[in-house]
Design a protein around this ligand. Structure first.
Ligand SMILES: *Cc1c(COP(=O)(O)O)cnc(C)c1O
Length: 443
């Protein structure tokens, strides 16, 4: 272990908020051919979601207006600079917010990956049964022969909450038996909502990694069962990556230029790594070196940063350096990173940033007051990264960003929140407001 790695580990262990610069990033042209997945894989995932769009529009009326395409808006977020105590006050360039918080049906970033994997599995089963040959379009997936087929099949997933919502809702809608193993972090309302949708919910007192082991084991013992393995799923990853193709279109529509001198800097909240990793992989395919991706994790659960910085990836967890993996950002409460994402990210990612829980509640207040949006704590973590990047001369130099920030497009990926019950949000808001007041009282 190098000296600087030793210092980094100590800072992480002390739960100090920090920005880590990834030393292994390379020019995209030199790594494109060496990546384990390709642009064609993303196109195939995108085409699959397109095939299922008529089905989705039919069974989820809230997606009818977009013809069954489940996508979120990006909105201007410059107003966030005005919030009291805002971490963005001095950040130059344009601020945008990507509202995965408002993705229909699942209410989080998990909609793309989770739905994609369930639909891919359903499509394979139908194909094997010979059901695809005769149908006109995929609305047939709502018909009796398909439902009969899926009713003999089980889907299992482990979750800190949002992945369970995404997999549970879609699986139940298709007629699968579905069982969600929830870690201790999962919020009560998410469990209730799933049970109401006919999903079996098993509650664990343990953290996420343990819930994954339980779920995987249960699936291994069962017949006709598919385990959605968040720690090691290319189907989830590619579903997430589709976001990049859609973002490319949105930028064109808004006439926003992205090139070497107008960098797109994307800040992605990270748990096990699948969602931010898939999106980064997709964005790199589309924008190459003009896009810069930075992950954001809680100071108590920086599993991806730890795995990448040590090169140990899935073989190290935050508990190994004495952290507790306890955070109010339930979507990011993951102690051990994905088995493959960190390795794919090694030549692609600019770096990673960590954020303290208290800051998350403050940022929830800023977003509510300035943009009238209710986001969950995980989803606002990205708000703290731009200022850290701007203040770090070494980071800017290493990533080719010197003198480019005035033209930068900062995209803060807001990953969840629209389904959070009002009372739950109000509690977070009050906490954040109290923190803001106590900070300004001491100034
Ligand atoms: C799951 C989740 C993330 C991160 O996704 P991973 O695939 O776990 O890295 C970010 N934000 C929210 C709200 C989530 O639910």
């Amino acid at each position: 272990m190098s000296v600087s790695q030793d210092v980094l580990k100590k800072q992480l262990a002390a739960a100090e908020p920090l920005l880590w610069c990834n030393p292994d990033k390379r020019p995209f042209a030199t790594v494109r051919e060496r990546l384990p997945l390709t642009r064609a894989d993303i196109d195939a995932a995108s085409a699959r979601l397109q095939r299922f769009a008529p089905f989705l529009a039919q069974v989820f009326p809230q997606t009818a207006a977009t013809q069954g395409i489940i996508e979120s808006e990006m909105i201007p977020a410059d107003a966030l600079r005005e919030a009291q105590g805002s971490s963005l006050a001095d950040v130059t360039g344009a601020l945008w917010l990507k509202l995965d918080s408002h993705l229909p049906v699942a209410g989080s970033i998990k909609a793309r990956g989770g739905f994609h994997e369930v639909l891919e599995h359903a499509e394979k089963l139908a194909e094997a049964e010979g059901l695809l040959a005769e149908i006109e379009d995929y609305r047939a997936f709502a018909s009796e022969p398909f439902r009969q087929l899926f009713s003999r099949q089980q889907i299992i997933v482990s979750s800190t909450g949002n992945l369970g919502m995404s997999i549970g809702i879609m699986s139940a809608k298709l007629g699968f038996n579905v069982c969600v193993h929830m870690s201790a972090d999962a919020k009560a309302w998410k469990k209730e909502r799933l049970r109401a949708a006919g999903v079996e919910v098993i509650e664990h007192q343990s953290d996420y990694s343990a819930a994954v082991i339980e779920g995987r084991e249960q699936a291994r013992l069962a017949d006709n069962c598919h385990f959605v393995d968040d720690e090691d799923s290319t189907s989830l990853f590619l579903g997430y990556a589709v976001a990049a193709l859609r973002l490319e279109k949105q930028l064109v529509e808004k006439e926003i230029t992205v090139d070497e001198s107008h960098p797109l800097i994307v800040y992605l909240p990270c748990g096990v790594g699948g969602a931010p990793g898939g999106i980064t992989f997709g964005l790199k395919q589309v924008f190459g070196d003009a896009v810069h991706c930075i992950f954001v994790e809680p100071t108590h659960a920086p599993c991806m940063l730890l795995g990448m910085a040590t090169g140990l990836h899935h073989d190290i967890c935050v508990q190994d350096i004495g952290l507790d993996n306890l955070t109010c950002a339930d979507g990011l409460a993951v102690g051990r990173p994905s088995a493959f994402v960190g390795k794919v990210m090694a030549p692609l990612l600019d770096g990673s940033c960590t954020v303290a829980d208290e800051d998350l509640h403050r940022a929830q207040v800023w977003v509510k007051d300035q943009l009238n949006l209710a986001l969950e704590p995980s989803a606002v973590s990205s708000l703290f990264a731009p200022a850290r990047v701007q203040a770090d001369a070494n980071f800017l130099a290493a990533n080719g960003l010197v003198d480019k920030l005035d033209n930068a497009i900062h995209l803060l990926w807001a990953t969840g929140g629209s389904l959070v019950p009002a009372a739950e949000f109000e509690r977070d808001y009050q906490r954040g407001q109290a923190l803001i007041n106590s900070v300004s009282a001491t100034i």
